[in-house]
Design a protein around this ligand. Structure first.
Ligand code: UD1
Length: 419
C-alpha cells in the first residue's frame, strides 16, 4: 500500500507550483458526456481520482486519450455504449455519481451504483435525486443501484431549492439542466469556486448559465452543446495544505498558480495564528515566523472555512500555544486523524463534532495511518513539523488528491520519501 517516511523538523523553503484542482476536474470530465464533439482539458493533474473518472467515462463508451507530454486529455463521447456506473468504480470514487446528470440529459437514462459507506460520513445523494425528480425523472432504487429515466428523453426545467448547498448536487443538477427543456433555477446552490469552473467550461460548450458562484444559479436549456477546451482552476486545497506545512515548520515558501481569493479562509486563520502571508497576483508567499497561537475554527460551505482543510489545521493546532476549538459542521465523522495525531503525542479531546486541542511545543514522530485523503495530508504536515521520524501508512488515500506530494515537498527541503 506504500508509506511515507518523514524526518521532521526541517523548515520548507523555495517555491512550488500548485496543480489543477481535483474537485474541479472530476465534474468537468463527467460533463464531457454531454456532447458528441471532442473536449480538451489541459494540464490534468496526475491523481488516482482523475484516472478513476477517466476509466468510468471510458467504460460508458467515451473515447479518452491522454497526451503524456502536454498532460492534456481528449474526451469524445460521440458513441456512448452504456449508461451504468458499476459499484466497483463508484465505491472507489464517490464523484462517480456526477455522471448521473450528464447521462440523464444526453441519453435520457442513467444507472449508478449507490456509493455506499464512506469513512468521513454517510454522504447520502437524496438532494441530487430530489432535483432530478423535480425535473421529471423517474427514480428507482434497487439491488444497490439508482436508476433514473426521463420520459420523452428530455428533462424539464423547474425551480429546485436545495435543503443544503451540496457541492455535488449543485454540479449534477447544473449539468442535467444544460440540455433540459426550458429554464432551471437552483436555489440555495453551492457557491464553491469549483462550481464556477464547471459553469465556465459548460458555457464554453454553449450552455446558458448565470449566477454560478452565488446561491442562485439559472440555466436556460439548449438543444445541444459543442466540444470545448479548458484549463482547470488551481487546487485551493493543495495550496492550503502547503501553506499550513510551511507556516508550521517555520519555513518561507512561495506558491505559484494559486487564486488568493479562493484561499481567504485559510489565509485568515494562518494570519490570525501569527503567520505572515503575502498575496501577489497568482502567487502567495508564506512565512512561518512564530509558534502558532491557538485558533477557533468552524467549517462551513464556501466562502466559509473548508471542511477539506479541517484536518490539516487540526494538525497545525496541535503545535499551537493555547487551546484551539475546531468544529466540523459539514461531515459527521471527520475526526479520524485525531486518534493518529494522539499517537504522536497530541492532546485532543473530541466531543461530538467538536475537537478541543491543547497545543504542545512539539509532537513526536510515530507510525500513523492515513484513514482518508485529508486526514493523510494532516499526518504529513504533523510529521514534517514533529521531532523524529514519522511513518505514514496507507498513502494511497493521499495519492487520490495530491500530485507528486513527496517530490514537491522534497524540492522545498523536506526529508520525506516513499517506501
Ligand atoms: C465535495 C468535495 C469534497 C468536499 C465537499 C464539501 C468533490 C469531488 N468533493 O463533496 O472534497 O469535502 O464537497 O465541501 O468535489 N448531503 C446530503 N445529501 C445529498 C448530498 C449531500 O445530505 O444529496 C450532505 C453530505 O452528506 C454532507 C454535506 O451534504 O454532509 C456536504 O456534501 P456535499 O457538498 O454534497 O459534498 P460532496 O459533493 O460529496
Amino acid at each position: 500500500m506504500g508509506a511515507f517516511v518523514i524526518n521532521g523538523g526541517k523548515p520548507l523553503f523555495g517555491s512550488a507550483v500548485i496543480s489543477s484542482s481535483k474537485n474541479a476536474i472530476l465534474p468537468i470530465i463527467s460533463a464531457c458526456l454531454l456532447t458528441d464533439e471532442e473536449c480538451i482539458i489541459k494540464q490534468i493533474p496526475g491523481l488516482d481520482d482523475v484516472t478513476g473518472m477517466c476509466e468510468l467515462v471510458s467504460n460508458l463508451g467515451a473515447d479518452v486519450r491522454v497526451d503524456g507530454k502536454t498532460r492534456n486529455i481528449y474526451i469524445c463521447a460521440k458513441s456512448l455504449s452504456g449508461h451504468t456506473a458499476e459499484y466497483e468504480l463508484v465505491s472507489k470514487l464517490r464523484a462517480s455519481f456526477l455522471v448521473m446528470g450528464p447521462l440523464l440529459a444526453k441519453a435520457g437514462k442513467a444507472k449508478v451504483a449507490l456509493p455506499g459507506g464512506c469513512p468521513i460520513g454517510s454522504r447520502p445523494v437524496d438532494l441530487h435525486l430530489k432535483g432530478f425528480e423535480a425535473m421529471g425523472a423517474k427514480i428507482d432504487n434497487g439491488h444497490g443501484f439508482i436508476e433514473a429515466r426521463c420520459p420523452g428523453n428530455k428533462l424539464k426545467g423547474t425551480t429546485i431549492y436545495l435543503d443544503f448547498p451540496s457541492v455535488g448536487a449543485t454540479e449534477n443538477l447544473i449539468t442535467a439542466a444544460v440540455l433540459a427543456e426550458g429554464q432551471t433555477i437552483i436555489e440555495n446552490a453551492a457557491s464553491e469556486p469549483e462550481i464556477v469552473d464547471l459553469a465556465s467550461f459548460l458555457t464554453k460548450m454553449g450552455a446558458k448559465i448565470s449566477g454560478a458562484g452565488t446561491d442562485t444559479i439559472i440555466i436556460d436549456g439548449v438543444d445541444k452543446v459543442n466540444g470545448a477546451e479548458h484549463t482547470i482552476m488551481p487546487d485551493r486545497i493543495e495550496a492550503g495544505t502547503f501553506m499550513t506545512a510551511a507556516a508550521l515548520t517555520g519555513g518561507d515558501i512561495t506558491l505559484l498558480n494559486v487564486v488568493p481569493e479562493h484561499l481567504k479562509p485559510v489565509t485568515a486563520k494562518l494570519r490570525e495564528s501569527g503567520m505572515e502571508i503575502i498575496e501577489n497576483g497568482n502567487s502567495v508567499k508564506v512565512r512561518g515566523i512564530a509558534r502558532p497561537s491557538a485558533l477557533d475554527i468552524k467549517t462551513h460551505p464556501f466562502p466559509g472555512f473548508p471542511t477539506d482543510m479541517q484536518a490539516q489545521l487540526s494538525a497545525y493546532s496541535c503545535f499551537a500555544e493555547g487551546t484551539s476549538v475546531i468544529v466540523e459542521t459539514i461531515f459527521e465523522n471527520r475526526f479520524m486523524h485525531v486518534n493518529e495525531l494522539r499517537r504522536m503525542g497530541a492532546q485532543i479531546r473530541v466531543d461530538g463534532r467538536t475537537a478541543i486541542i491543547e497545543g504542545i511545543e512539539s509532537l513526536q514522530g510515530a507510525q500513523v495511518r492515513a484513514t482518508d485523503l485529508r486526514a493523510g495530508a494532516a499526518l504529513v504536515i504533523a510529521g514534517l513539523a514533529a521531532r523524529g521520524t514519522t511513518e505514514v501508512l496507507d498513502i494511497h488515500h493521499i495519492d487520490r488528491g495530491y500530485e507528486f506530494i513527496e517530490n514537491k515537498l522534497q524540492r522545498l527541503g523536506a526529508d520525506i520519501r516513499r517506501i
